[in-house]
Design a protein around this ligand. Structure first.
Ligand code: NAD
Length: 386
C-alpha cells in the first residue's frame, strides 16, 4: 500500500507585512454592526498569524449607567448599549481616542453611521499610512458638487488610501448570533479583497469578492430607501403583494440609479450577490428603516422622534439617504424624467394611494408629515423586536 501523505493544515505564513507580527487592524466605529464585526474580526485576528492579535475598536465615548462605554467594553467585553448579550473577544480593545486607536493600523474598517464619516476623516487626515488597506461597511451616500459621492470615495479623498467595501444581507444581531449569512466585498484591488476575506470570513459569514466596488456600495446605500417604502406599505396595511411590488420596483430603481451614477461597469450579476437582492429583501422585512417607516405611517410622529423612541441611540440611514438622493436627482433634473417603466409603475401605485418614494423623501426632508395626511391605522398587536 503506498504511504499516505498526511498534509498538515498549517496556518498560512504571514505575508510581507509592514508591521512585525502581522497586520494591525483598527475598527472605526462600535455601534450595532461595528460591534458584531468586531466579534468576527477579533476571533479571526486571534487565530491567524497574518494579523496582529490586538484589534483596536474606536468607540464614540458616552456614559451608560454612569460609566464610560469604553471601560464597560474593556471590563465586561460586551457593548452593553449597541450589542447587548454578545461577548466580544478580549483581544478587541475599546479606545476612545481616534488617533490612538488607529495609530499604526495596516487595515482600517470604517463602520459608523455615514453622517459622521466626514468629521472622523478630518481628524485622521495625515495620520494614516498611504499603504493602509481601507474597507467601508457604511451604508449611505454623500452629496458632492457633482452630485452623488460614495462614502468610500469620501474616505479615499480624505486619507489617500485604497478602499474596498463590504455590504450584504447582514442584520448585525443575526451575524452576532452566528446565524448563517452571505456578504459581498467589492474591491478594485483583488489582493486587498483576499486579505479582507481572510480577516472577516467565518464558516457562518461567507464572503464573495467581486470587482465592481461602486455597484456593491450603491446597493448598500439605496436599499435603505426602498426599506422606508416597504415600511410605509406595512404601516398603511397594503399587504404582501404591494410590498413585493415596492421591492421589485425599488430594485429596478436601484439598477437604474447605479447605471446613471457609477463611472465603472454595472452588471446585473452584482445585483444577484448578497449586497444586492439579498440585502434588499432582508432590509425590507427585518431592518430598522422598515420598522421606523411603518411607525411613521401609522402614527404621524416625526422620524426624529421615532428614532429617539425606538432606536436607543442607533441611527437611521434610509430617510437621510432618501433626502440626499432626492436632492441629487433634482440637481440633475431627473426627478420628473424618470424612466418610462418606473413612471408607469409609480402612477399605478399612486392609484392605490401609496406615496412615491421621491415624494416621500421630499416630506422626510422637512420631517413634516402631518397626521391628517395619512389614514391612521391601529398599532400592530405585538410590537416587533428591535
Ligand atoms: N446594524 C446593522 O444591522 C447594519 C448592518 C450592515 C450595515 N450597517 C451599517 O453600518 C453603519 C454603522 O451602523 P451601526 O449599526 O454599527 O451603528 P448604530 O446605528 O448601531 O450606532 C450608532 C453609532 O454611532 C455612534 N455615534 C453617535 N454619535 C456620534 C458622533 N457624533 N460621531 C461619531 N459616532 C457617533 C454611536 O456611538 C454608535 O456607535 C451604518 O452605515 C449602517 O447602515 C448596519
Amino acid at each position: 500500500m503506498p504511504p499516505v501523505l498526511v498534509v498538515q493544515r498549517s496556518r498560512r505564513p504571514p505575508p510581507a507585512s509592514p508591521t512585525m507580527g502581522g497586520r494591525k487592524v483598527c475598527i472605526v466605529g462600535s455601534g450595532n454592526w461595528g460591534s458584531a464585526i468586531a466579534k468576527i474580526v477579533g476571533n479571526n485576528a486571534a487565530k491567524l498569524e497574518q494579523f496582529d492579535t490586538t484589534v483596536n475598536m474606536w468607540v464614540f465615548e458616552e456614559e451608560v449607567s454612569g460609566k464610560k462605554l469604553t471601560e464597560i467594553i474593556n471590563m465586561q467585553h460586551e457593548n452593553v448599549k449597541y450589542l447587548p448579550g454578545h461577548k466580544l473577544p478580549p483581544n478587541v480593545v475599546a479606545v476612545p481616542d481616534l488617533l490612538k486607536a488607529s495609530a499604526g493600523a495596516d487595515i482600517l474598517i470604517f463602520v459608523v453611521p455615514h453622517q459622521f464619516i466626514g468629521k472622523l476623516c478630518e481628524q485622521l487626515k495625515d495620520h494614516v499610512k498611504k499603504e493602509t488597506i481601507g474597507v467601508s461597511l457604511i451604508k449611505g451616500v454623500d452629496e458632492g458638487p457633482e452630485g452623488l459621492k460614495l462614502i468610500s470615495h469620501v474616505i479615499h479623498e480624505w486619507l489617500g488610501i485604497e478602499m474596498s467595501v463590504l455590504m450584504g444581507a447582514n442584520i448585525a444581531n443575526e451575524v452576532a448570533e452566528e446565524k448563517f449569512c452571505e456578504t459581498t466585498i467589492g474591491c478594485k484591488n483583488l489582493e486587498h479583497g483576499q486579505i479582507l476575506k481572510e480577516l472577516m470570513q467565518t464558516c457562518n459569514f461567507r464572503i464573495t469578492v467581486v470587482p465592481e466596488a461602486d455597484t456593491v456600495e450603491i446597493c448598500g446605500a439605496l436599499k435603505n430607501v426602498v426599506a422606508v417604502g416597504a415600511g410605509f406599505c406595512d404601516g398603511l396595511s397594503f399587504g404582501d403583494n404591494t410590498k413585493a411590488a415596492v421591492i421589485r420596483l425599488g430594485l429596478m430603481e436601484m439598477i437604474t440609479f447605479a447605471k446613471l451614477f457609477c463611472k465603472g461597469p454595472v452588471t446585473s450579476a452584482t445585483f444577484l450577490e448578497s449586497c444586492g437582492i439579498a440585502d434588499l429583501i432582508t432590509t425590507c422585512y427585518g431592518g430598522r428603516n422598515r420598522r421606523v417607516a411603518e411607525a411613521f405611517a401609522r402614527t404621524g410622529k416625526s422620524i426624529e422622534q421615532l428614532e429617539k423612541e425606538m432606536l436607543n441611540g442607533q441611527k437611521l440611514q434610509g430617510p437621510q439617504t432618501a433626502a440626499e438622493l432626492n436632492h441629487i436627482l433634482k440637481q440633475k433634473n431627473l426627478v420628473e424624467k424618470g424612466k418610462d417603466g418606473l413612471r408607469q409603475a409609480a402612477s399605478g401605485l399612486r392609484v392605490q394611494g401609496l406615496l412615491r418614494l421621491h415624494d416621500a423623501s421630499d416630506r422626510l426632508r422637512g420631517l413634516s408629515l402631518q397626521r391628517q395626511s395619512l389614514p391612521l391605522l391601529p398599532a400592530p398587536k405585538s410590537p416587533e423586536a428591535a
